[in-house]
Design a protein around this ligand. Structure first.
Ligand code: ADP
Ligand code: ZN
Ligand code: ZN
Length: 749
């Protein structure tokens, strides 16, 4: 084959004007190391930039004399495996991002920053035969030197620090031995281990017939190297055991596996189980790793030292070359969607990777998203169901409390009589309870009882939350804070007061009602530091606390056998948001927390406080009836043309000049109407189109407007609208405001 003369390179600069493939000549001496995926140094104008080779070409339509040569190849092994390059092109199309934004998803910051590999020093004995003589020589002069040599007599080579520690000798003794030529130092590369666990191998349990059925279904797909399996099983039904068995199968076929979990800090138990089962063949990737740790894990993956990668959302970009299986646990979770550019959804990226690399996708969930279950019903996904909990533990009883009745009966507390009695029982029996309130802080708004004025953030369209611990009002969107006002800034009345409740307020109330209660609070305010989640969970597990009180963080992935009561304090918070997913979210939340109770041998009880107990989401959640909920909700989605029966395209415009933002939004709609009117496909595909101010009108001083389109789900229309969106971005790109585009956003807020 003819040698390719040119390389197509994307430079490592985030700017739309540089978002193309630039061509460079491949100099002869670099020829053997240039291939797609390799990181290079290239001349660019008067500068020298890093870039990535995405293609090799023989001919280009560009004057040859203007083509410059690649300067340098930066890594011995390409930073991107060749198999991932089509995925980068796909991401660019799908998420309307820059090439380099897609590429950077795959590259750990540590590589771009050229951080040092961590090494440690090993002391090696030069000559064993001469050892006795050497010991005699140094013995009289220094006992330190002698004891170092004696240690090395047993081991020949030892890490420096360990040697110093065990021999009690000083560093100068080491220096003297070096000078005499008795020992030498070698550097050995080490990896920072982000998840040190003691690796006690655990005997896997014998799988139940339902678990085996699921495993067979996955094995079947592994053989064919394609397919998606929806593993639908209630919490505690043994899904994780299925994942591990399937992973084992894939590995035995010589394949590698990615396991995604919603948020590592919330699912330490799942991660620990994989580590215990597969040992150092597992790499862990998540957002709280230091740059060094992440870089090291990435290198272990890139050099194929690991077979299984467990991680949060971004682990979907793990540069494995022999990918055979991707498992997404709690696949309905919204944390799989990135809310920063590129706005990818890990589930979509996973599906594409599986298609491109001949791998199998497993989606596990106790409450599959409506879209996923719909695909299973249609037959696009295979469905494996685990209907029973292991040991056939019963699902906990879910009881609704109508808070309107509670008020009528004169109870003005945040805690209903029923929940009060249940907590008292738990305390008497020395069991534990988890309480959930979806709001941190003390009270969620402060308002004037004379004129009704609500204190809002000066940068955002959001009421400020009162935090009692530092007696301040804070904005949960931008961090703005101010002192508690003495008088109403509108009418100067003194009747200003806080309303609603957050975690801090409930904490106070619990201490008042149960003075000797041992209480742990878990929310964004108490989990800021690295490792804080784990410390809180460990403390709760050790049963030195009676109650774990927190935001939705407490709802997920936890497994505490002594928890017999779960209380949800203001269950309607999510229900009242103007979003087509609000019923689904509420159903999922209640179902999930319900799964937290009764994980041990004692029966569990769930108490849900709400102002709308008649809402169907509560009704089905209380009856543990996913199918019932699905049938009802899917009908509504169909009737009103919401996903999965339509795609939503959201274009969010944000800028400080409100009039300008409104003006641009309206222009955009006009432009879209014209383009769509002129094109048969676009016209057929459109359901509706409009510009609206966003439900949260202002965040961080920026006004927010959105242009929303709904289109039919057909692949042809979808592609046509992707092309239209590309055009739109080019036309409306401007430094004066920001524009972000989302195909099927997870929220319309
Ligand atoms: P899920 O992931 O669906 O919540 P897990 O896999 O965590 O469920 O299983 C719940 C509990 O049951 C775990 O403690 C697990 O070790 C145990 N378990 C799972 N499968 C079996 C089995 N086949 N036999 C005995 N115990 C099992
Ligand atoms: Zn007032
Ligand atoms: Zn704010």
């Amino acid at each position: 084959m003819e040698k390719s003369k040119y390389a197509g390179v994307v430079v490592d600069q985030i700017h739309p004007s540089l978002d193309k493939i630039f061509h460079y000549e491949i100099p002869d001496h670099l020829y053997s190391c240039i291939q797609p995926g390799v990181r290079v140094q290239v001349p660019f104008g008067s500068r020298s930039l890093q870039g990535y080779v995405l293609s090799l070409e023989d001919k280009i339509d560009f004057p040859e004399e203007k083509i410059k040569p690649i300067k340098k190849v930066l890594d011995p092994k390409p930073a991107l495996p060749k198999s991932l390059i089509p995925l980068i092109f796909w991401m660019k199309e799908e998420y309307h991002c820059l090439f380099i934004e897609a590429i950077r998803c795959f590259i750990p910051p540590g590589l771009r920053m050229n951080i040092k590999e961590k090494t440690h020093k090993i002391i090696v004995l030069e000559d064993t035969d001469a050892l006795d003589d050497w010991i005699k020589t140094v013995e009289k002069r220094s006992s330190g030197m002698a004891s170092i040599l004696r240690m090395l007599e047993q081991n020949k080579s030892m890490p420096l620090e360990e040697l110093l520690d065990l021999s009690g000798a000083s560093r100068s003794s080491v220096q003297s031995l070096l000078k005499r030529g008795y020992i030498r130092i070698e550097e050995e590369e080490t990896y920072r281990d982000p998840w040190p666990v003691d690796l006690r191998p655990i005997q896997p349990p014998e799988l139940t017939s339902e678990q085996l059925y699921a495993v067979r279904m996955i094995e079947n797909c592994l053989e064919k190297q394609r397919g998606t399996v929806l593993l639908f099983g209630v919490t505690g039904s043994g899904k994780t055991e299925v994942y591990m068995k399937a992973a084992e199968e894939a590995v035995s076929l010589g394949k590698q596996v990615i396991v995604l979990v919603p948020e590592i800090s919330l699912t330490p138990q799942t991660v620990g189980r994989f580590k215990s089962r597969f040992g150092d063949k597992v790499a862990i990737l998540h957002s709280r790793l230091s740059i060094g740790e992440r870089y090291d894990e990435w290198r272990r993956i890139r050099t194929n030292e690991v077979t299984i990668v467990v991680g949060a959302r971004s682990a979907i970009f793990a540069p494995l070359e022999r990918l055979g299986l991707i498992i997404i646990d709690e696949a309905q979770e919204e944390s799989y969607k990135s809310e920063v550019r590129p706005r990818y959804h890990a589930k979509e990226v996973a599906a594409k990777r599986c298609e491109l690399e001949g791998a199998v996708l497993v989606l596990g969930s106790a409450t599959p998203s409506l879209e996923d279950y719909y695909k299973a019903v249609k037959g696009d996904y295979k469905l494996a169901e685990i209907k029973h909990r292991i040991d056939h533990q019963s699902m906990p009883r879910v009881e609704m409390v109508d808070m309107r009745r509670e008020l009528e009966m004169g109870n003005h507390n945040m805690i209903s009589n029923k929940l009060y009695n249940a907590i008292e029982q738990v305390l008497n029996r020395h069991e534990q309870a988890i309480l959930l309130i979806n709001r941190r802080g003390y009270a969620y708004f402060v308002s004037c009882r004379s004129c009704g004025h609500v204190i809002r953030c000066r940068n955002c369209d959001i009421s400020l939350t009162y935090h009692i611990s530092d007696d301040a009002l804070k904005c949960h969107y931008c961090g703005y804070r101010e002192a508690y006002p003495i008088i109403c800034p509108e009418c100067r009345s003194k009747k200003i007061k806080h309303f609603g409740a957050g975690t801090q307020r409930i904490e106070e109330e619990l201490y008042r009602l149960f003075p000797s209660v041992r209480l742990l609070r878990m929310d964004a305010d108490t989990t800021g530091r690295k490792g804080a989640h784990q410390r809180i969970l460990e403390a709760f597990k050790s049963q030195t606390y009676d109650i774990l009180l927190g935001t939705q963080m407490v709802a997920k992935g936890l497994d505490f056998p002594n928890v017999t009561l779960v209380g949800v304090l203001a269950a309607d918070t999510a229900l009242n948001l103007p979003d087509y997913r609000s019923s689904e979210r509420t159903f999922q939340l209640i179902t999930q927390v319900a799964g937290r109770a009764g994980r041990g041998y004692k029966p569990g009880r769930v108490i849900v406080q709400t102002y709308q107990p008649e809402h169907y989401a509560f009704h089905y959640a209380a009856n543990h009836d996913y199918i019932g909920f699905y049938n009802r909700e899917i009908q509504i989605r169909r009737q009103f043309s919401y996903p999965p029966f339509a795609h939503i395209i959201k274009i969010l415009l944000m800028g400080e000049d409100e009039n300008n933002i409104i003006h641009i939004s309206k222009n955009m709609v006009e432009w879209l109407k014209k383009r769509i009117g002129d094109d048969k496909q676009l016209k057929e595909g459109l359901l509706d189109l409009g510009a609206y101010s966003a439900p949260i009108e202002r965040i961080k001083r920026k006004y927010r407007w959105q242009v929303l389109m709904r289109i039919h789900t057909n692949e042809i229309y979808r592609n046509a609208y992707h092309r239209l969106c590309n055009e739109l971005i080019n036309k409306f790109y401007d430094d004066d405001y920001s524009l972000s585009l989302d195909f099927n956003p997870i929220t319309l807020l």
